[in-house]
Design a protein around this ligand. Structure first.
Ligand code: GLU
Length: 288
């Protein structure tokens, strides 16, 4: 199978430095093997989607020379695929309706340090009297799920103990990221998932869903996260910090930063050339 990577931004704002690093990292992982690199807009969370930002992200990728293969897919146009996956899980009794509200969860669920609360299983054996179905949860298997991250080595998680049964369709009817990403990675024949380390704790859940749905597991690489000087996630305060901006006039500098951040030390004139060479090698080999 052709090595196939992907970049899967959520169009909830313009490309930022952290997502540029993920894009460059996944592009290089795929292209160095002469593989394909796809772009998928993860625009299911409609309340958070910002109009115009999908186009803005694509224009930014073009500026950095991060060419993609085929059509950009939009999750909002693929709901039928998620419906099918949910129906499969229902038929296997691997999901159930949950009637817990946020307030119920805040009262009953315990949260391990730095993580989301573990679902206590209140609705696992049927909705308690007086509750109505809200979200749909996945019945998490009691087993340790492990994978060999290409950067981090062996990672293992007991999803049932550390996350509990997790939501695959939210109370507002929106399919959860965990389900959609698994369905799409398989539907698009993705063989390598290269993304930021903030998603490391999602991977075991995704592998559990792949197994439940009989889908293949791609290889994973979780890139270091770009953080603020105080270790906090990039956010509103970025402007105050000495990180390069994604200003249209500073494309080379920013690309150089992203490559250096990934451990590839390049001269200022090199980024564009490097990407160009990787691309023309693709053409020369008749791969594109
Ligand atoms: N859409 C997710 C995000 O922007 C990334 C999904 C992924 O790479 O698996 O955080």
């Amino acid at each position: 199978m052709t090595p196939t990577g992907r970049f899967a931004p959520s169009p909830t704002g313009p490309l930022h430095l952290g997502s540029l690093v993920a894009a460059v990292g996944s592009w290089l992982f795929a292209r160095r093997e002469g593989g394909r690199w796809l772009v998928r807009m993860e625009d299911l969370d409609t309340p958070r989607v910002i109009a115009g930002s999908a186009d803005e992200i694509l224009r930014a990728l073009e500026r950095y020379g991060l060419t993609w293969d085929g059509e950009v897919v939009h999750q909002s146009q693929r709901i039928a695929l998620y419906d099918d996956a949910l129906a499969t899980l229902r038929a296997k009794n691997l999901v159930y309706d949950c009637g817990c509200s946020r307030a119920d969860l805040a009262r009953t669920a315990s949260a391990p340090l730095g993580r989301e609360a573990v679902y206590p299983g209140t609705c696992r054996d049927g909705l308690p009297a007086g509750r109505v179905a809200r979200a749909v949860r996945f019945r998490t298997p009691h087993e340790v799920i492990g994978f060999d991250d290409m950067i981090r080595g062996r990672v293992e998680e007991d999803v049932a103990a550390e996350t509990g049964d997790f939501v695959v369709r939210r109370a507002d009817g929106v399919y959860a990221y965990q389900l959609a990403v698994v369905v799409d990675d398989a539907a698009q024949n993705i063989t390598q998932v290269v993304r930021g380390a903030d998603l490391l704790t999602s991977t075991a859940r995704q592998i559990a869903l792949q197994r439940a749905l009989g889908l293949p597991t791609p290889s994973y690489a979780h890139l270091p996260l770009v953080v603020n000087a105080d270790g906090s996630k990039l956010g509103k305060r970025d402007g105050a910090l000495p990180l390069p901006s994604l200003d249209e006039k500073r494309v080379r500098e920013t690309l150089q930063f992203a490559l250096r951040f990934l451990g590839i030390d390049v001269a200022l004139d090199a980024p564009a050339r490097m990407l160009e060479e990787a691309r023309s090698a693709d053409y020369a080999d008749g791969r594109r």
